[in-house]
Design a protein around this ligand. Structure first.
Ligand code: NAG
Ligand code: NAG
Ligand code: NAG
Ligand code: NAG
Ligand code: NAG
Length: 948
C-alpha cells in the first residue's frame, strides 16, 4: 500500500455540541459538531452522507470504512450507506458524498484526481500520508446544482478508553484524528519471559486455558478480533492504523500462534516486523526450536537456516512487512565467538537474495528491510561492517532509555535512512524494570528530539512489554513520532494535561495537577527503578532524604486521591489504572523499603520503636498485594493479571519468582537494652547513645559524647535528636542546654512501649551567636524504679556570614548544591545556548545546548557556549560537581579549565564498566562527574562549558 488516503471532509452534525476535548493530543480536529450548514455535512437533518469506496480498494481500507460508518452511527444514530462503486455512474443522485480511497489504488479516487486536477503532491508516493479535501463537481453524472463536496481526510483512528467510553471513543474518532499513528513501529512483546502479565491476561481472556498448539501462546485471533476488550484492540488503540507492530517472541511466534494473525494484522493495516533477533519474519528461538534442524549457527548450518528463512518470507510475502536482516545468537544473545563480520555480511547478502527470489522482485531496494544495531551489533558496525544503503539502520538505546549513538552527518544521507529502538521496559541487567511506569516523558523527549534532529526517524521501535503500565508513555512516543514539530521542551506537560482531560473529563486545573502527579511519579520511579529500591537507597541519616522522599509520596498520594474521589464512578476505573494505582503502588513500595531501613537501623541502635516499623513493613507488604487485587478486579476483571509482575526483593537482575518481604528484624521487647531505658540518636549519624555502636566513633566503643554542628545555611534550619525507649521500662525526660541561643522543642516528654519515640528539634537564635560557639545539651531521664540517667551532647553553632551584596549559592552543611537551571549567566556562541529541559532528571530539570543539531559542532574546551553559577564557600575545600551527561569543561573563576571526558571509551559494542552494576550509571540514573578544584574561601563563579 503506497500512500493511502481517506477521503471525506468536515462533519457537521446538527444538534450535538460536545465539550472541547482533545482526542488526538496536539492534533487539530477535522470534524466538528455544529448547527451551521456552512460546511460539508456528514449528518444533517437525519440523513447521513453515503460513504463510497472503490471495489479495488485495499481490504484494510474497506475495513476502516466500515468502522467509520459504524462510528457515525454510534454518534448520531444514523447509519450512512457504505457502498463499493465500480464507477462514477453508480453515484445516482446523491449530492453530498464521502469518498474514501487510496491514491493509485482506488480507481474512484484516481478518476476524481484526473477530473478535478486535485493537487495530491503532498501525499503522492509517501508512506502514511493522507489528505482531506472538499471538492466541487468531482465526477460526471452530477446533475444537481448542489455543489458536490468531495471530502478528503484520513479519519480512521480509534482512540480513547474503551469500552468504558464507547461513545466517547467514537466521538474521538470523529473529532480528533490521528492519535496513535506514527511512523514508528512498536514492539509486541508476547513472551512469558518478557511480558508475563500480558501473557496471563490474554490467556485468561482469549483462550480456554490453553495456548496455541505449537507454542502455547495465548495470542490468537480471538484476542486479535475481539473489539475493544481485546488485546489486538489494545494494540490497535496503541498502534493506530498504518502503523507497525514488531513481534518479539521468546515464547510466542506471530506467524504460527494462529494462522489468522498475520492476515488480520494486514487487514488492520498494521505493518508487521520482527525484532532485532528474529530475521525474515520468523521467531527465534520458538520457531527455530520447533522447525529448525541443527545449530542456530550460520557458520556451520547455513543451508538449514536459509531454508528456515525462506519459509518466513513465503509466509509473509502477501502482507506488508519490514524485514529484519542480520542475525543474533539464539535467545537474544550475541553470535557465538568466531561468527564475525565477514559471516554476518554473507548472511545479509544471502537474506537479500532470498527476499529477491521469494518476493519475486527485480529490485531488492524496493523491499523494506531493517538492521538493528543492538548491543554487540553496534560493535560490528563500529568495526566497519556495513549493510546496503537501502536498509534502514535502527540505532538502539542502552536498554535504559539512553540512545547509544545517533547517526553522524556522514551517515544521514543513506537512502534507507535511520530509526531508533527504544525501551520503556526491560528484561536484563543490571535489573529488570517492567512492573510500573518509570520512564519520564521529558527524558524520552530529550532522546527522541535528538533522533529527529539527526534524521533517525524512519522507523521507531518501542519496547513496551506488558503495555498496560505504559499506555500514556506509549501514546506520547507515538504522538511525538507522528508530528515532532508539535512538541517542544516547554509544552510536554500540556501533552499530559490534554491526555488527562480526554481520559477523565476533568477541569483544566485538575488536568494540570494530573500532569504534575505523572511528572512526579515517573521522576521518582526513574531515580532508581522500583525494582532497584532497597532499604538504604534513600539515606536514613543524612539530609532527611528518606523522610523527604516519603513526604513527597504522601502529598502525591493525597493529590491523586482527591481527584480520584472527585470523579464519577464511570471515570474512576480509568483514573485508577492510569494515575491512582501507579501512585499508590509506588508509594507503598517506597514506604515499605524505607520502613524496612528504619527498622534495621533502629534495631541496630537498640530502639524499641524498630518493632513498630517491622509491623509497618508487614502491613505494607500485604497492602502491595491488595492494590494489585484492586487493579485486577476492576471492571469485573477486565485487566486481570496486568499487575502480576513481581517487584519486591530482587536477588539478582532477573525477576524474583515471588514477591518476598524486605528483611526486617525485632528488638526484644521484654528486656531492657544494656545501657539503660533511654536511647538517644542524633541527626546525621547511624550511631546511638549511651552505650556502644560502631558508628559512635572510629573504634566503636568507649566513644566520647557526640557532637552536632549547625550553620545558618543548613537547609532544614534545625537539627533533631530522637529520644527512644531501650526496652519495656517507661521514663520521662527533659532536654536542657546551657546556652540561651539554643532552643529545644519539645523540652520534655514521656516514653513508654506504647509511645516509644520523641523527636526533639534544636534551633539557634543566630542573633546571639558570633562566629563559632558551643553549647552543652543534656537529655536527662527519670526512669521508673531505676536510677536517673542522662546523655550529654556538644552542640556547635557556626554563624557563617556572606558579604552583603552577594547573590548566588552559599555553602550550607559543608556543601554547595545547585540546580542546573539556576544559573547566573548564560553565554551563547554561534547561536548555541544552554537551555533548560524542564522535568528531566532526579530533581528539578536539566540543561542542554540548544538548538538541536547544534551538537554536531565541535568546540575546543572553553570556546563553546557556557553557563555560569555564582557560589560562596566558607572553607577551603575540593569541590565536586555532579554534571549532566555531556563531555564537559569546568572552570572556577579564571582558574585552570578542566575537561572531563566522563564517558570513557569502551570496546565497540560494549558499555564502559561504570555503566553496569547495582550502583552504576543506569541503576542510579546519573553519571557522576567528580572534578577537584582547590578553592579558597569566598565568592566564586563556576563556569560550565560544553565541549566535544
Ligand atoms: C487518469 O489520467 C491518465 C492520463 O491522463 C490515464 O492514464 C489514467 O487511466 C486516468 N485514470 C483514471 C482512473 O481515469
Ligand atoms: C473456548 O470454548 C468455547 C466453547 O466451547 C469455544 O466457542 C471457543 O472457540 C473456545 N476458544 C478457544 C480460544 O479455543
Ligand atoms: C553522504 O554524505 C557524506 C558526507 O557528508 C558523503 O561522504 C557521502 O558520499 C554521502 N553519501 C551519499 C550516498 O550521498
Ligand atoms: C511534585 O513535586 C514537586 C517537587 O517536589 C512539588 O513541588 C509538587 O508539589 C509535587 N506535586 C504534587 C502533585 O505532589
Ligand atoms: C542497597 O543497594 C545499594 C546499591 O546496590 C547497595 O550499595 C547497598 O548496600 C544496598 N543496601 C542494602 C541494605 O542491601
Amino acid at each position: 500500500m503506497a500512500s493511502w488516503s481517506f477521503w471525506f471532509d468536515l462533519v457537521v452534525l446538527s444538534s450535538l455540541i460536545i465539550a472541547d476535548r482533545v482526542c488526538a493530543i496536539g492534533q487539530s480536529n477535522c470534524v466538528a459538531f455544529k448547527s451551521s450548514s456552512a460546511t460539508f455535512s456528514v449528518v444533517s437533518n437525519g440523513k447521513a452522507a453515503p460513504v463510497f469506496l472503490s471495489a479495488d480498494e485495499w481490504p484494510g481500507v474497506q475495513r476502516a470504512a466500515v468502522d467509520f460508518a459504524s462510528d457515525i452511527q454510534q454518534v448520531t444514530g444514523i447509519t450512512p450507506a457504505l457502498l463499493n462503486v465500480s464507477s462514477s455512474s453508480s453515484f445516482g443522485s446523491s449530492s453530498n458524498v464521502i469518498i474514501v480511497g487510496t491514491l493509485g489504488k482506488s480507481s474512484l479516487i484516481d478518476e476524481v484526481v484526473n477530473r478535478t486536477g486535485l493537487d495530491v503532491s503532498s501525499i503522492q508516493g509517501q508512506w502514511e500520508a493522507f489528505m482531506a479535501k472538499e471538492v466541487a463537481n468531482p465526477l460526471p453524472g452530477v446533475q444537481s446544482a448542489t455543489i458536490w463536496r468531495l471530502p478528503v481526510v484520513l479519519c480512521e483512528l480509534q482512540v480513547g478508553r474503551c469500552p468504558d467510553y464507547e461513545t466517547f471513543r467514537t466521538l474521538c474518532n470523529l473529532v480528533g484524528m490521528f492519535a496513535w499513528v506514527t511512523h514508528s513501529t512498536i514492539s509486541r512483546h508476547l513472551s512469558q519471559r518478557r511480558a508475563a502479565a500480558l501473557q496471563n491476561w490474554a490467556m485468561e481472556k482469549f483462550t480456554n486455558g490453553t495456548g496455541a498448539a505449537l507454542t502455547g501462546s495465548p495470542f490468537n485471533h480471538f484476542s486479535t478480533r475481539k473489539c475493544l476488550n481485546s488485546y489486538f484492540e489494545l494494540r490497535r488503540i496503541t498502534y493506530g492504523q498504518r502503523n507497525g507492530a514488531v513481534a518479539f517472541s521468546q515464547r510466542s511466534a506471530f506467524g504460527i500462534d494462529d494462522s489468522q494473525d498475520q492476515p488480520l494484522a494486514d487487514w488492520w493495516g498494521i505493518v508487521m516486523g520482527t525484532s532485532h533477533e528474529e530475521p525474515i519474519m520468523r521467531s527465534t528461538p520458538v520457531e527455530w526450536d520447533l522447525f529448525g534442524s541443527g545449530p542456530w549457527d550460520y557458520g556451520v548450518n547455513a543451508q538449514n537456516i536459509y531454508n528456515f528463512w525462506v519459509e518466513g518470507a513465503n509466509r509473509s510475502k502477501t502482507f506488508e512487512n519490514i524485514y529484519t536482516i542480520g542475525m543474533r545468537g539464539a535467545g537474544d544473545l550475541p553470535l557465538s565467538e568466531g561468527q564475525d563480520i565477514q559471516l554476518l555480511e554473507q548472511i545479509v547478502s544471502d537474506q537479500r537474495q532470498l527476499l529477491t527470489d521469494v518476493l519475486n522482485v527485480s529490485d531488492i531496494t524496493t523491499v523494506r528491510q531493517m538492521w538493528t544495531l543492538y548491543e554487540e551489533v553496534l560493535g560490528f558496525y563500529e568495526d566497519g561492517m556495513r549493510v546496503p544503503d537501502d536498509v534502514i539502520l535502527v540505532w538502539a538505546d542502552d536498554t535504559w532509555g539512553n540512545i547509544r549513538r545517533y547517526p553522524l552527518v556522514s551517515e544521514r544521507n543513506r537512502t534507507g535512512g535511520s530509526g531508533i529502538y527504544y525501551h520503556l521496559d526491560l528484561v536484563g541487567p543490571p535489573r529488570d524494570y517492567k512492573w510500573i511506569t518509570s520512564s519520564q516523558i521529558s527524558k524520552t523527549y530529550e532522546q527522541m528530539s535528538a533522533a529527529v534532529a539527526r534524521n533517525a526517524s524512519r522507523v521507531w521501535v518501542l519496547n513496551v512489554g506488558d503495555l498496560k503500565p505504559y499506555e500514556l508513555h506509549t501514546e506520547f512516543f507515538i504522538t511525538y513520532g507522528w508530528d515532532a514539530s508539535l512538541w517542544n521542551r516547554n509544552n510536554l506537560d500540556t501533552f499530559v494535561s490534554s491526555w488527562a482531560q480526554r481520559e477523565f473529563d476533568i477541569s483544566i486545573q485538575d488536568a494540570t495537577e494530573v500532569a504534575d502527579i505523572i511528572a512526579n511519579v515517573t521522576r521518582w520511579n526513574a531515580r532508581r527503578k522500583p525494582e532497584l529500591l532497597n532499604s538504604t537507597t534513600y539515606s536514613l541519616t543524612n539530609y532527611r532524604e528518606a523522610e523527604n522522599v516519603l513526604a513527597g509520596w504522601e502529598s502525591l498520594s493525597n493529590a491523586s486521591t482527591r481527584i480520584y474521589n472527585s470523579l464519577s464512578s464511570s471515570m474512576q476505573p480509568a483514573f485508577f489504572q492510569l494515575v491512582q494505582h501507579p501512585v499508590q503502588a509506588s508509594y507503598t513500595l517506597a514506604n515499605m523499603w524505607i520502613s524496612a531501613g528504619i527498622n534495621n537501623l533502629r534495631a541496630s541502635q537498640a530502639r524499641l520503636s524498630a518493632n513498630n516499623y517491622a509491623t509497618q513493613v508487614e502491613d505494607l507488604f500485604l497492602q502491595d498485594y491488595d492494590l494489585e487485587v484492586d487493579y485486577h478486579t476492576l471492571l469485573n476483571g477486565k485487566w486481570d493479571h496486568m499487575m502480576d509482575q513481581t517487584h519486591v526483593m530482587y536477588y539478582y537482575w532477573q525477576q524474583p519468582m515471588a514477591n518476598t518481604m524486605p528483611f526486617i528484624t525485632m528488638v526484644q521487647p521484654k528486656k531492657q537494652a544494656l545501657p539503660g531505658a533511654m536511647r538517644i540518636a542524633i541527626e546525621g549519624s547511624a550511631g546511638a547513645w549511651p552505650g556502644d555502636n560502631m558508628y559512635d566513633c572510629e573504634q566503636g566503643y568507649s566513644c566520647p559524647n557526640p557532637s552536632v554542628s549547625i550553620d545558618p545555611f543548613v537547609p532544614a534550619g534545625n537539627r533533631f535528636f530522637d529520644v527512644g525507649a531501650g526496652g519495656p521500662t517507661p521514663f520521662t525526660f527533659t532536654a536542657t542546654s546551657n546556652a540561651s541561643w539554643l532552643k529545644l522543642s519539645p523540652a520534655k516528654g514521656s516514653i513508654s512501649p506504647s509511645s516509644p519515640e520523641q523527636r526533639v528539634f534544636a534551633s539557634v537564635d543566630w542573633s546571639q551567636v558570633t562566629g563559632v560557639e558551643s553549647a552543652i545539651l543534656t537529655f536527662a531521664a527519670n526512669v521508673q524504679d531505676q536510677p536517673p540517667m542522662s546523655q550529654v551532647i556538644n552542640f556547635v553553632a557556626n554563624h557563617t556570614v556572606v558579604p552583603s551584596g552577594f547573590k548566588g549559592f552559599v555553602e550550607g552543611d559543608g556543601t554547595v548544591s545547585i540546580e542546573a537551571a539556576h544559573a547566573a549567566r548564560n553565554t551563547s556562541v554561534d547561536g548555541l545556548t544552554w537551555v533548560e529541559l524542564p522535568g528531566i532528571g532526579r530533581t528539578l530539570s536539566g540543561i542542554t545546548p540548544w538548538p538541536r543539531g547544534g551538537d554536531d559542532r565541535n568546540f575546543t574546551a572553553g570556546t563553546g557556549p557556557s553557563i555560569e553559577y555564582d557560589f560562596y564557600i566558607f572553607n577551603t575545600q575540593n569541590q565536586t560537581g555532579n554534571i549532566p551527561p555531556l563531555a564537559i569543561a569546568m572552570q572556577i573563576d579564571s582558574g585552570a579549565l578542566q575537561t572531563n571526558y566522563f564517558i570513557p571509551p569502551a570496546i565497540p559494542g560494549e558499555y564502559p564498566p561504570e555503566w553496569s552494576g547495582n550502583d552504576g550509571w543506569v541503576a542510579n540514573s546519573i553519571v557522576t562527574v567528580p572534578m577537584d578544584f582547590d578553592v579558597p574561601p569566598g565568592a566564586h563563579v563556576l563556569k560550565v562549558n560544553g565541549s566535544h
